[in-house]
Design a protein around this ligand. Sequence first.
Ligand code: FAD
Ligand code: N01
Length: 535
Amino acid sequence: MTGHDENLDLDVVVVGAGFSGLYMLHRLRGLGLRTRVIERAPSVGGTWYWNRYPGARCDIESIDYQYSFSEELLREWRWSERYAAQPEILAYLEHVADRFDLRRDITFSTSVTSAVYDEAAACWMVTTDAGEVLSARWCVMATGNLSVVQPPRIPGLDSFRGRWLHTGEWPTEPVDLAGKRVAVVGTGSSGIQAVPVIARTAAMVHVLQRTPNYSMPAHNRPLASEEIEEAVRTFAERRRICEWSDAGTPLAPPTTRAVDATPEERRARYEEGWKRGGISSLSFAFTDMFTDEVANGYAQDFAREQIRSIVHDPRTAELLSPTHHIGTKRTCTDTGYFETYNRDNVELVDVRTDPIVEITPDGIRTRDRQIDVDVIVFAIGFDAITGALAEIDLRGRDGVRLRDAWAEGPQTYLGLQTAGFPNLFLITGPGSPSVLSNMVVSIEQHVDWVADCIDRLRADGLDTIEPTLEAQQAWMRHVDELAQPTLYPRATSWYLGTNIPGKPRVFNVYVAGCGPYRQECDDVVAAGYRGFVRG
Ligand code: FAD
Ligand code: N01
């Protein structure tokens, strides 16, 4: 099949209009494919549409957290800060949508509820909550890894007389927290970004912490125009380094082990990183950070020492000091988070020793006390990685449901496709570097791979592609073998799904890095799509 199949409504349906879906649409259009994007939100942006909470910003430098596919786009957009805030990233994605005239092929305020593979016609039947049914040869899930919020499951929420908000579904109209008594539940990246900003104007902020987290100083600052000029001038080379790096960032990787260094050498490296700031402040100091408990422990000691030096009250500092291995829960970056606990209007509540019992009309009741508040901010995270896929009734060959096929955890080949679901593509799916990388770099790689794959199918006069079960099983073993020697599988975190009741505990992010992964994907293509069946 080289032209369009006129029996089908479309060539491709793409679900989601964040960084992934927008670029996917642009690429597919370039191939002359009839494409429609379905997006739940009323506009583009994905993560950056939904997460409008105070303090939301990226933790990968803005220069690297942008598309690379268009030289003109790169030249005309000017990032104002080292780490752009949510409104600026959203404005960037809106600009992309307008500049490439993408909106006319996006159906907004509409959710895909089911996608069923019709084997006889070799197409996907995609149904939306507006009752529309679309047939398309290919279906791309650009639904995001962090796009389905974990709802608060605390009894009594309905009785609360104040207002409650979730950071991941923050309202579009301004929320005025000035002079209010606010409780923030959760101290992951969202809570850690939000607390310092809320504390500036709120009357009182109670931070309800279950697990303390490591947070590195962002050292955010405005970008000087010469700096931007230089970044644009050197962007192509910088991006190439990102693409072949481990984390999708341009930082030179470490070359020595912490366990071989003297205490003085270690301290010097950690201090250097802390001064540089950002998510990799400590993780780029030594090679053994994520594989050796002792090495990780040195960095932990340094991080805890920083907390003690910032936070005046020793008991609060102690409660804020994490004990898990750095990086096994996503490391946070902040602007003045620990300093905020020196304010008179901020209180840390340890809900590990004094757990939340219920929400009452006036606030939150823990086992030992009542905390009266006007607003509760839930910064309690997401049903990550598989949440958005699980919400859709996805059925492949023989009516098999993805939910059932993945009951013990997700199964993919390269994180791009799953056996039994022909022509269904996942952008940054499980089994790829995804959430352990600069996601824009990973997204562009996946989108390009998928677009090239479809283009090649058409050129070869073929209709379908899907992985063999053997290739998929071997890939998942490979992903697991890479992960097992590291510290990642040992934590409790959304990486493993342990934050969601009933979710299987599995770690299936490809940990060997963006560069090695890219090479594996390229090799598969060079070997004639090894491990896939094309038909
Ligand atoms: P998303 O942006 O999540 O977009 C998916 C879209 O699909 C959403 O708009 C959603 O509404 C839509 N959708 C889902 N299901 C359906 C359905 N059934 N029907 C219709 N539409 C649907 N990553 C980094 O690399 N660096 C960072 O600094 C960084 N900061 C982050 C900050 C926050 C607050 C969060 C939550 C995440 C952050 N991430 C970061 C991860 C971020 O999610 C990715 O970088 C990136 O934005 C993902 O883009 P995406 O298009 O793949 O997914
Ligand atoms: O969510 P999280 P997030 N009672 O799951 C606590 C990206 N992101 O939205 O650890 C009390 O990390 C929970 O406690 P515990 C980034 O990838 C990036 O903050 O389960 N507490 C934890 O403290 C990030 O990792 C940025 O014990 C409860 C917190 O809520 C991912 O998105 C900014 C609770 C949830 O932390 C998710 O971050 C924001 C309960 N019932 C997000 N339930 C950047 O900086 C949960 N918790 C770029």
